[in-house]
Design a binder for this molecule. Structure first.
Ligand code: GLY
Length: 342
């Protein structure tokens, strides 16, 4: 097991990379401990859970609501959760986001940790301190920045992931490499087959390198005022497409990255060759690089982006592979980016 740290104003977080779920109990020193999970994860791994109370929440983006948070508060009350209790979310990004929000608001903040069970959650969604729920059609509109006390990353949990979920996670892996780690990008180009078949040495290096970069960036800029915005590469167009075309997050981010890479090339920041390498790598992981869309609907969704300030948006472009920069760009300029996806 190797560990990484985030030192944030909202708390410290230890990321245990390669630690088995079976050792969860040894990392929580409380008399009352509660797991928040969902039905699928419980069916697969419930036998490995320590003997704590379990709260189940619903599956899918439709459960990422204040109503679900309400049901968690009610369960906290039933289980007599108090300030000395410890809450652990075991599940994908959705479970971690919702449970993190419930734990960081109940009694003005309980101690909590995460055991992410998907690749997407292990490399991205469980780490960084942002939590929250959707509201009135806006993604992650309500939430807090609160660091989980720990994130326990057990690679063995990835073995039961359906293939589309695995590919979904590789979109965030590729994003991380593209914005800040050119060596990891080359490693992915060389080892994509081993990565997709979860070869232990390959997957360990990939997850560790992604987490190392994320921890570095979040420690520098926890509240996303500058450096951290680079991690949103591909997400502006991606979120709009996710909503309008009902794609998986990773598929939408893949398309968003293609659009942003092409826009970067058009502006002379990124070579055409490097933009092509990004598309080629996404294709190797069977992520989409072209799509049909109703451009008007996508434009409408872009206008609802919460990162928008008046008619501009903080958009992440590339100066090269492994080198991102954030620039304000006009929303109308995103039309060019959308055209590139057809
Ligand atoms: N919870 C994900 C992040 O903070 O980036």
């Amino acid at each position: 097991m190797r560990s990484l740290r985030i030192e944030g104003a909202s708390g410290r977080s230890t990321i245990m990379v390669g630690e088995p779920l079976e050792r969860l109990d040894s990392h929580c020193d409380a008399t009352r401990k509660v797991i928040i999970t969902d039905k699928s994860v419980r069916a697969l791994y419930g036998a490995l859970f320590p003997p704590w109370e379990v709260i189940e929440i619903g599956i899918g983006e439709r459960s990422k609501t204040l109503a679900t948070v309400n049901s968690i508060y009610e369960a906290f009350l039933r289980h007599k959760v108090d300030r000395s209790s410890f809450v652990v979310a075991v599940g994908g990004g959705l479970v971690c986001d919702v449970a993190g929000y419930a734990a960081s608001t109940y009694l003005r903040g309980l101690r909590f940790g995460f055991v992410p069970t998907t690749l997407l959650a292990q490399v991205d969604a469980s780490v960084g301190g942002k939590n929250g729920v959707n509201f009135k059609g806006y993604k992650n509109l309500v939430g807090t920045f609160t660091q989980p006390q720990f994130v326990l990353c057990d690679f063995a949990l990835l073995k039961t992931l359906p293939e589309p979920e695995l590919k979904n996670g590789f979109a965030e892996v590729i994003k991380t490499a593209v914005v800040g780690d050119a060596q990891l990008f080359s490693f992915l180009e060389a080892t994509w087959k081993g990565a997709l078949s979860l070869e232990p040495d390959v997957i360990e290096r990939i997850i560790y390198d992604c987490l190392a970069l994320k921890c570095r960036i979040v420690s520098l800029d926890e509240k996303e005022k500058g450096e951290r915005r680079k991690l949103n590469f591909g997400h502006t167009v991606g979120h709009a497409l996710e909503k309008v075309n009902h794609l998986r997050h990773g598929e939408a981010v893949s398309l968003g990255m293609v659009a942003a890479a092409r826009l970067s090339a058009r502006r002379g920041l990124l070579s055409r060759n490097d933009a092509g390498r990004i598309e080629a790598l996404l294709s190797k992981f069977e992520l989409p690089v072209r799509t049909h869309m109703d451009a008007n609907l996508v434009r409408d969704a872009l206008r609802r982006d919460k990162k928008r300030e008046n008619e501009e948006i903080h958009f992440v472009l590339l100066d090269g592979i492994g080198n991102a920069r954030v620039m304000p760009i006009g929303i109308h300029e995103l039309d060019e980016a959308l055209n590139d996806l057809r």
